[in-house]
Design a protein around this ligand. Sequence first.
Ligand code: CP
Ligand code: NVA
Length: 320
Amino acid sequence: MSTAAPARKDFLSVLDFQATDLERCLEIAGHVKADRSLGRQAPTADALEGRHVAMLFEKASLRTRSTFEIAIVELGGNVVSLQPDAALGKREPVTDVARNLERWVDGIVIRTFSQKVLEEFAAAAPRLRVINALSDDQHPCQALADMLTLREQWGVVQGRTVTYVGDGNNVAVSLVHASLMLGINIHVVSPEGYQLPEWAVQQAASISRHGARLRLFTDAQDGVAGADAVYTDTWTSMGQEAEAIIRRSVFAPYQVNQALMARAKPGALFMHCLPAHRGEEVTEDVFESPASVVFDQAENRLHVQKALLSMLLAGPVKHP
Ligand code: CP
Ligand code: NVA
């Protein structure tokens, strides 16, 4: 099983992967998932031996933080937990934080607001592998887990259709990227003013494989018709709390409920990155239905991130 590093040193976007990197990441994730019960006997148990990986979270997290910490430890690496008071740009410039850290650690997992800050950080530290653990624009690690979940459910994903219903946010952008790269048709249904950003729409044609199409809708019934999976996310992302009341009213017609699921194909999956808000973007009955694979997605965060870390960081240690 090759863990050859992708051409890009960082993973700030799904688009830092070639389609072949994405396929390989999912393949490795399948192996590490199957081998997890072997514990320290697993073939990847020492993949990050001698490696230090820092974690810096400027927004709340349950899944991403836990799964990265467990992934690093299970790969034999060392976690360096940075406190939020080391925040990017508050105490010293972002570039100085990056240039310090690259003298000590091999990689860093960052959850922050601005994608530009992540890019600036990564550019300032050419020896440091930087992983986007969610920004306002993208959530690429979530998309890796989503793709593994779909592969487990469907085997062949090419030619299937996933409909994302809700805010054209970070989760939606990365889902679009990964789906198109794997040949999955992706529908994005959002109210006017909350659609997928234009730059993400523009990228679609150049990243799509196997004839996969991105289609945008404002009507939820139309967008969900014939879907193999229906995906949603919170109406109010972290950092948008002041808009919560207006968003609850704008997005009310976009709730994923049994009536909307009935428009999808029989047996269609329900997906959510979590945390979920029952009674808002999804009803309790859909969330708890047999169609729901949300906890498989959450579990798969661990396996895909182990695969990602081993692709970016396994190999001989070369500290300064
Ligand atoms: N889905 C996800 O990223 O969850 P957390 O915000 O809890 O990390
Ligand atoms: N769109 C959500 C995802 C949380 C995992 C947010 O950014 O808050």
